[in-house]
Design a protein around this ligand. Structure first.
Ligand SMILES: NC(=O)c1ccc[n+]([C@@H]2O[C@H](COP(=O)([O-])OP(=O)(O)OC[C@H]3O[C@@H](n4cnc5c(N)ncnc54)[C@H](O)[C@@H]3O)[C@@H](O)[C@H]2O)c1
Ligand SMILES: O=C(O)CCC(=O)CC(=O)O
Length: 359
């Protein structure tokens, strides 16, 4: 076994259907008296339910969370937290809402209690992202890692099936890249494999019946594991491509991850055969790249960037941006091969690598 460094991030997790009922207890354990509840406009009603559960400990609601955390939204939320003299942020929603909580915590150090309702996994990471002047900047800071996470599958039954599938693929991308990360370690790899398995088993159940609590529980469990991997080891080509397509071409986050993931795996397969074998084993397939493509397609997710409205003419510029300041990657970043990868992802070609067959 190779030598490795393992850093555990402290977070308290309360998991299970109905666990939102423990919110007051959990706020008490954080020692908070005045919680600012955060949500998107679309999840305002849920935020009001949370505020009602908090009673006198609710300082107010800010429902201005927006994808990729525009600096304007971050400033408004920070001002509101100051005005209300909040001593804690309760973020209920997906990665956008948790991200807004992180923007507040980054400046003020306020503790975050996160209640995730998608599978993006931000609640398990010290990674923040803020968009200013059309550019998204990401960074790491221990202050933004939520102190407590309540995973209540009941709250995810309303997540539309389409977004459930793409959000799950977003989570699986964290685990897949974690398996070949430069700073990977055996503990994170265990979590990555288990997270991939949980997600691949959960998806058909969610697609069959959106309110299937067992499937929703499996998916949230998977989100927890995959998010933990994202928070602990470095991401590579796949995340760079998605950050390029989301940040510079405004393509939707989870859908981008879903479409690009099989192609990024095909690109990296020759350089990371063991990771490919583990991914394939975890999702019960022969070939990691093709298996991830099939999982998305068979559960009704988009598989082509052109179906997200990306013009073919933008592929050259996307390749240029993706190869500039690349993240560490197991296979060297070659512009011609990246351009070909993007072409395949744009057209929705099913990749097959034949590298993952020997678990
Ligand atoms: N920092 C990190 O570690 C990290 C990790 C993953 C994603 N992210 C960031 O998170 C953002 C994407 O997050 P996301 O994919 O979760 O999307 P999101 O938070 O933007 O949510 C998408 C939409 O779904 C709605 N929604 C969420 N949960 C719902 C539910 N249960 N029922 C009905 N509607 C629901 C939201 O209101 C929103 O309109 C991106 O900005 C991404 O960069 C950050
Ligand atoms: O936008 C952020 O906060 C970083 C997102 C990230 O690295 C994970 C992802 O792309 O899903």
């Amino acid at each position: 076994m190779d030598a490795f460094v393992y850093n555990a991030h402290a977070a308290r997790v309360v998991f299970g259907a109905g666990s939102l009922q423990h919110l007051e207890r959990e706020i008490g354990l954080l020692g908070a008296q005045r919680a600012l509840v955060l949500s998107t406009p679309g999840q305002r009603k849920l935020a009001e339910r949370v505020a009602a559960l908090l009673g006198a400990k609710a300082a107010g609601i800010f429902d201005g969370a927006v994808m990729h955390v525009p600096i304007e939204a971050a400033r408004q939320a920070r001002d509101e937290a100051r005005r209300l003299e909040a001593d804690c942020a309760v973020a209920i929603g997906g990665g956008s809402t948790v991200g807004l909580g992180k923007a507040i915590a980054l400046e003020s150090g306020l503790p975050i209690l996160a209640i995730p309702t998608t599978y993006a996994g931000s609640e398990m990471t010290p990674i923040y992202g803020i968009t200013e002047g059309g550019l998204k900047k990401t960074g790491k800071d221990a202050r933004v890692l939520p102190r407590t996470v309540i995973y209540d599958p009941d709250l995810s039954t309303g997540l539309p099936v389409g977004l459930s599938v793409t959000s799950a693929m977003n989570a699986m991308a964290h685990a897949a890249e974690g398996l070949y990360a430069q700073d990977s370690n055996p503990i994170m790899s265990l979590m990555a494999e288990e997270g991939l398995t949980a997600m691949s088993r959960a998806l058909p159940g969610i697609v069959r019946r959106s309110g299937d609590i067992e499937a929703r529980s499996q998916a949230l469990y998977g989100a927890w594991l995959c998010g933990t991997v994202l928070g602990n080891v470095g991401m590579a080509l796949h995340h760079k491509l998605c950050h390029t397509l989301g940040g510079s071409f405004n393509l939707p986050h989870a859908e981008c991850h879903t479409i690009v993931l099989p192609h990024a795996m095909a690109y990296n397969a020759p350089a990371a055969p063991e990771a490919m074998a583990r991914i394939a084993r975890a999702i019960g397939t022969q070939d990691a790249a093709a298996g991830l493509y099939d999982l998305a397609r068979d559960n009704g997710a988009p598989v082509a960037l052109r179906d997200l409205g990306m013009p073919e003419a933008d592929l050259d510029r996307a390749a240029d941006i993706a190869v500039s300041n690349p993240y560490w990657n197991p296979r060297p970043i070659e512009r011609t091969a990246i351009r070909a990868l993007l072409q395949n992802a744009w057209a929705g070609v099913r990749p097959v690598t034949n590298v993952s067959r020997n678990p």
